[in-house]
Design a protein. Sequence first.
Length: 393
Amino acid sequence: MQRIGLLIERHWHYGRRLCEGIASRARELGGMSLEFIDWETPAAGRGLRGFAGFIARVWSADIARRLKATGRPVVDVYGGVAETPFVVADQNADLVGRLAAEHFLDRRFERFAFCGYSCQRYSVLRRKAYARALREAGFECDVFEDASFTAEKFGRKVIGRGDYDAGLAARPLAAWLKSLEKPVAVFCAHDLVALQVAETCRKAGLGIPREVAVLGVDDDPLLCDFREPTISSIDPNPFEIGREAVDALAEWLENPGRRPADRRPAPAGLVGRASTQTCPAPEPWLSDALCYIRENIGRNINASEVIAALGRSHTTVEAAFREKLGTTVRREIARVRIEEAKTLLRDAALPLAEVCKRAGFSSKAYFTAAFRAATGLAPGAWRLRLNTKTIRH
């Protein structure tokens, strides 16, 4: 039985899900005894002997140095320190940033912003991916990155101690949010930042989501569901990351002379909540119409039902859709169905029949034909291309 040391926080939902994934895969493989290491152990240089390998959240150069000195294989499930000999099993920042951009673009936003830290690699990578996806769609991104934290201070405060204070400079953040042209879609580096942005908006009298839509990362229920409004968030798939970390470590232990490839599983999806439940439009009632379509897309709604819900004439609604939005009610419903199907297809375990039903298609044949016409691929082929579960390099 090989002893495996785990240096992972358990006070955050993300860390707990990592540990659950690690335990799940270790049980399946067998031969591993998992033991938690106290955060202070690497700093003190004690208690690291006797382990065959480690899975660790390496957020500081000191932790990296202490683990490297053991001479044992290390799988880093944080990736906060550059140029280490460790294998990295971490979230796919490129897909996380792209998913955030797609979420806001799908809701017809035209102004975008990012809020995070300049000291954290994951924050910078998510920002770059988000901005890149927006540029591809013809949009720019405003940025607020707090430079007051160092990576070491952030790791000790937020990861090591579980401090709920995101630490962004309050006054500059408030001034930045007020300066943004509204409505604006703000993608935040993680859920703690999203909460601080939401609270700052509340104090500044900025409405969420009508003026400022807020999206976080990590999908921590205690952060996202226990606030008003609730916070939309991307689930970066820590359970799968934990499983991939065990696979990488097992591979390395079996072949000590061959360093395994890094692992970066795709995000599990985006959990939409109240903080992004809006669809900007020139007229408030048009925004209500777009939201109505999105909220009811799982039913087999049609243009007549949407128009009736608005209490306006067919001519008025269709004219406004054409003039203000460049589409028709029917085409907008069709577009949202396809986008909803794309979101559902990210869950590789969800049957295609269930995707068809939840996206509001009347039959699987119609779903396949409509999806192929919109994307050039059948739903199954699109999912297969998207859900190459792990990027390894």
